[in-house]
Ligand binder design. Structure first.
Ligand code: FAD
Length: 536
């Protein structure tokens, strides 16, 4: 059997590419090595309740500012999943002060101004730059109507060029427009979702996600697995095939062109070779070049790229819903060491690596605040939550088993203690908990450094950030956190959308075709207006 496209990996990037291609009548085979789909976008079951692996919240912007909106419409995902708006974007607790940032761009802006009146000018400017940046990346060329396509070179393209040549970090921009250190930290509170250093994190990535978060932050009812499952369904409903427990071992390459894959079915131990015109890889490029192709096809340029920070997570089942116990309790609460929020922002230039893991700050996500759909039994009064913070593989990888377990336990106890300052007696409400580390992530989704965020977002469109295609093997494309535009739900969904379109019709061909049509239409209108004068 031969396919148009084989996809290696059933993370969100791979599933999205597969769903779009299948809807466009391509014959798709998606192979996932794990027994369950979704990669980091999945759930697991403990104590008769579902626990969300990855999704705390997903940014959801307006049309024209968030490519995902066009993608969701194209796939008619509203028929398959339910998005739940969080009551607020997030909360932050520090010593005796609590900040709660409301949903909505105008509301959030007003809130920050009310908390920091002397910074009104800077806050307005910040939101303005955020908006302008998000606007440049709000649509892929395939989704633009003629008017948008026509005006793109005048309105958006110059900005893209500007961002490309004048790369700025989040730290640099914040230092320029805002003075208050606490405010800078607040605007950057969730930076660990993209990086461990705001002075290295590209402004572009911060802006794209933050602007859309302020518009609306969502959770997916039933957990992120509902989205993964919906995408898999779209593939199969449109004639494609999705296989779990199938580990791709090799990419078949002939004359520097991808021709298919060899995979092992882990259930039957059978090895199979399947042909295809294209291969889309949702696995980490470093793993692919290391294990799946011959030495001559290795892309050495990727070795220079730094991997993103990873995360530890403490998954918790609470005996009862905490919403009723703690007042003004938010879905996501960022908890930092006392006084951290008043420290000079410039100190963040040192990054997080040198800090003790317990001192890096963490987020407490309580899914009990919303109707998360994670319950299995309708009358279950319990709830699920996570504590999550920055970590690195080397902090865990080589520890002997007992030390590894002890270190995880110490981390959990330290964080419970810190959280109890703001959530008194929290430990009493815990029924069950377990801890995952970058080592766990590496084991499940097979990324070299145990990150789910791909390469560090240090620059916009430079180097590997734009690695949507293999430089050494034709017809091999990438999707997911390691491909443009990077990790996080939105990033990988967009990367899948782009990979699919690049198979259907490469972007340069599409642009030439559209430009020719526009030129033809312009000439036609000119002739109509000027009559036969044109031919004289
Ligand atoms: C704890 C945690 C919290 C997070 N919170 C958020 C959040 O709140 N908001 C947000 O936007 N993002 C969040 N993220 C990030 C987000 O989940 C990821 O960036 C995204 O899901 C990665 O998708 P991906 O397409 O890169 O695929 P991945 O999830 O990396 O999946 C890749 C898949 O490929 C498979 N694979 C690998 N090698 C092979 C092979 N040889 N053969 C077959 N299959 C293979 C793997 O098994 C895996 O299923 C979080 C991540 C984590 C871990």
């Amino acid at each position: 059997m031969s396919y148009d496209v084989i996809i290696i990996g059933g993370g969100l990037g791979g599933l999205t590419a597969g769903a779009v291609l299948a809807k466009k009548q391509k014959r798709v085979l998606l192979l996932e090595q794990h027994y369950i789909l979704g990669g980091a976008a999945t759930i697991f079951k403990r104590k008769d309740i579902h626990i969300e692996v990855g999704l705390h919240q997903m940014d959801y912007g307006k049309y024209g500012y968030d490519i995902k909106r066009d993608l969701f419409d194209f796939l008619e995902l509203d028929k398959k999943i339910e998005l739940i708006s969080l009551p607020e974007i997030w909360g932050v607790v520090d010593k005796n002060k609590k900040y709660v940032v409301p949903q909505g761009i105008e509301e959030a802006k007003k809130y920050f101004i009310s908390q920091f009146p002397s910074e009104e000018k800077g806050i307005k400017k910040y939101f303005n730059i955020l908006k302008n940046t998000a606007y440049t990346m709000g649509k892929i060329s395939y989704d633009m109507n003629f008017f948008q396509f026509l005006t793109y070179p005048l309105i958006k393209f110059p900005r893209v060029v500007k961002y490309f040549f004048h790369q700025k970090s989040v730290g640099e921009i914040l230092d320029k427009i805002i003075k208050d250190d606490t405010l800078k930290r607040l605007l950057n509170v969730n930076f660990v979702y993209y990086h461990d250093n705001p002075y290295e994190l590209s402004w572009y990535y911060h802006a794209l996600a933050q602007y859309n978060y302020y518009n609306s932050a969502k959770f997916i009812k039933g957990g992120s697995y509902s989205l993964s499952l919906a995408l898999a369904e779209i593939i199969t409903e449109n004639g494609g095939k999705v296989e779990t427990m199938c580990n791709v071992e090799k990419i078949i390459v002939e004359k520097a062109k991808a021709k298919g894959v060899i995979y092992k079915n882990k259930r039957t131990q059978e090895q199979m070779a399947v042909d295809s015109q294209y291969v889309i890889a949702n696995c980490a490029p470093a793993m692919l070049y290391e294990n799946m192709v011959d030495e001559e096809y290795k892309d050495k340029s990727l070795e220079e790229l730094k991997e993103s920070v990873s995360l530890y997570t403490i998954y918790i089942v609470f005996k009862q819903n905490l919403k009723k116990i703690y007042k003004n309790h938010t879905h996501s609460t960022f908890i930092y060491n006392d006084g951290e929020f008043n420290k000079p922002f410039i100190q963040m230039k040192e990054g997080l690596r040198h800090k003790n893991i317990q001192d890096r700050g963490f987020v407490f996500v309580d899914y009990g605040v919303i109707d998360s759909g994670l319950h299995i039994k309708d009358d279950d009064k319990r709830s699920v939550g996570v504590f999550c913070g920055a970590s690195y593989l080397e902090e865990w990888e080589n520890l002997p088993k007992e030390e590894y377990i002890a270190k995880k336990e110490k981390l959990a106890q330290d964080l419970f203690k810190k959280a109890e300052k703001y959530f008194p007696d929290l430990k009493e409400y815990i029924e069950y908990y377990e801890i995952s580390t970058p080592k766990t992530i590496k084991r499940y989704i097979k990324t070299p450094s145990g990150t789910a965020y791909g390469y560090a977002n240090n620059s916009f469109l430079r180097k590997g950030r734009a690695a949507r295609f293999s430089k050494t093997i034709k017809n091999l494309l990438f999707t997911g956190a390691y491909a443009f535009p990077g990790g996080g739900f939105t990033g990988v969904l967009i990367s899948g959308y782009m990979a699919a379109y690049n198979v259907i019709e490469p972007q340069w061909k599409y642009i030439i075709r559209r430009t020719c049509i526009i030129a033809f239409v312009c000439i036609f209108i000119y002739i109509i207006l000027n009559g036969l004068e044109f031919f004289k």
